[in-house]
Write a protein that binds this ligand. Structure first.
Ligand code: 5AD
Ligand code: SF4
Length: 486
């Protein structure tokens, strides 16, 4: 029986004349069925199915949370859509940089207009941005048409919150400061049939001085290995061949578990799952990356040779103020070791430009690391002041024009090196996991190499979700054109 069918059977067995059970996940299943009853009534009244749209801002953690939220909406009887004019709109928000917040406010104004035309429309907001008290205040004052607000700690309770929102006209707000609770076994509606994100831990304990994540996602909590393995086995049964293990700092996985398990040990267990072909993970903090992990990666047949290792800055002086707990030299030693042990490894990174007090000398140190490590690609960010973090009140904020100039220089270097790194695979034949039909040319399919590089080659829909050997004929900078080898 497929996971969804199994789930439907479980819902079938619930009697809504019984009170909602106190324990999870049974309680949420009860509310899913209750929501389904309410949606059915509404849909009969309107003479059409009700639609729902979930829009994600931010990182892969949020993408995965959105799949869970979609699973709950689908179980409640909504038809999922990408249309902005749906009956239920849910924005899963991000607040890591100011820009992310501004985008949400901009779109909310537009949604308010749509709601005037469609009075059945319900608008819900969740995710990291909602964990900030000032944001919730502002929405209560200026965006009164919002129906439901919840945070990052209680998304498992979405079915229950949905029922409250459906039964109430006032704005429902449910934000928790933190939790040590992890609720398993709720449905998810995956974006891809053949690959999936899998949370292995939640939260972050590092408190890098610029970062708001520990305040909005709470303390580090690891899922039990048995729950992770069971989830992946279920996914594989459902057609998944690639998993991306997700956590803010996967290298410290297992530290809060009763039975201590390291991330490397967890990977070895996951490797044993038959039918699973590729294992990816992110994000790794350089301070916690162990020799044991390097060894496991080196000998694994399934772990992709790609490591995302955020640098943030190449200046040891700034790294200290950022509270990153490594120096430039330690970072370079680590990447040197990685390159020696796993020569075909792709390294990617995150870099922040314009952290308070960053001098030209500090910035030169960053450029120096970029040159020495030779990243395959890098996400470059302009420092964004996040209220409540230690860096927000630091003096010496760097002027905008200086940041812009540094950012442009960094981007040029990163792209130059990235192009050169990509071209090293020219002429090789490597497995590509096909993801979809090419958006511009439907005679082509698009997939990814083990190291995450994109490849386009002639093919058809039957290849989606399969690993195909592809001869990499033409490097186009950050992607390849190739030919399937049979
Ligand atoms: N400003 C700019 N970039 C930030 N990041 C985190 N906080 C900030 C901030 N305040 C970046 C870091 C992190 C990535 C996910 O976002 O580089 O690795
Ligand atoms: Fe933020 Fe640092 Fe935690 Fe990453 S490790 S989420 S940058 S505090």
């Amino acid at each position: 029986m497929s996971a969804l069918k199994e789930y439907e059977a479980q819902l079938e067995a619930i009697d809504l004349t019984d009170p909602a059970p106190p324990q999870e996940p049974e309680r949420q299943r009860w509310f899913m069925k209750k929501a389904a009853e309410l949606i059915k009534e509404k849909s009969q009244e309107l003479g059409r199915p009700l639609t729902a749209r979930v829009k994600t801002f931010g990182c892969q953690m949020n993408e995965r949370d959105s799949e869970k939220l979609r699973g709950i909406l689908e179980a409640a009887g909504y038809v999922l859509t990408e249309e902005e004019n749906a009956d239920f709109i849910l924005y899963n928000t991000c607040t890591v940089r100011e820009n992310a917040n501004l985008k949400v406010y901009g779109r909310l104004g537009y949604l308010g207009g749509l709601k005037k035309q469609n009075p059945h429309m319900m608008i819900a907001l969740c995710g990291c941005m909602m964990q900030e008290a000032e944001v919730v205040d502002k929405i209560q004052k200026s965006y009164r048409f919002v129906d439901l607000i919840f945070g990052t700690h209680n998304i498992y309770k979405f079915a229950e919150l949905l029922v409250s929102a459906l039964q109430n006209d006032r704005m429902i707000i449910d934000i928790w400061k933190d939790t040590d609770k992890i609720v398993e076994d709720l449905p998810a509606r995956r974006t891809y049939s053949f690959k999936s994100g899998v949370n292995i831990m939640f939260g972050c304990n590092n408190f890098c001085s610029y970062c708001i994540v520990p305040y909005v996602r709470g303390r580090e909590r690891s899922r039990r290995p048995i729950d992770i393995i069971r989830e992946i086995e279920g996914l594989v049964k459902d057609g998944v061949v690639e998993v991306m293990l997700l956590g803010q700092n996967v290298n410290s996985y297992g530290k809060n578990l009763e039975e201590r398990v390291s991330f490397a040990q967890l990977l070895q267990e996951i490797e044993k799952i038959q039918g699973l072909e590729r294992i990816r993970f992110m994000t790794s903090h350089p301070k916690d990356l162990s020799d044991e992990l390097i060894d496991v990666m080196k000998h694994s047949k399934k772990i992709c040779h790609h490591l995302h290792l955020p640098l943030q800055s190449g200046s040891s002086r700034l790294l200290k103020i950022m509270n990153r707990k490594y120096t430039k030299e330690q970072y370079l030693e680590l990447t040197g070791k990685l390159r020696r042990e796993i020569p075909d490894l792709s390294l990617t990174t995150d870099i922040i430009v314009g952290f308070p007090g960053e001098t030209e000398e500090d910035f030169q140190e960053t450029l120096d690391v970029v040159k020495k490590v030779a990243y395959d690609s890098a996400f470059t960010f302009i420092y964004s002041k996040r209220t409540g973090t230690p860096a927000a009140v630091m003096e010496n904020q760097v002027p905008e024009d200086v940041i812009k100039d540094r950012f442009d220089r960094l981007l040029t270097l990163v792209q130059e090196i990235g192009r050169e790194r990509s071209s090293r695979l020219q002429g090789q034949t490597l497995p590509v996991l096909v993801e979809h039909i090419n958006e511009q040319d439907e005679t082509l399919v698009t997939g990814r190499l083990d190291n995450n590089l994109v490849v386009h080659f002639p093919g058809d829909a039957s290849m989606i979700g399969k690993l195909i050997n592809v001869h990499l004929t033409d490097c186009k900078g950050f992607y390849y054109i190739g030919e399937a080898v049979r």
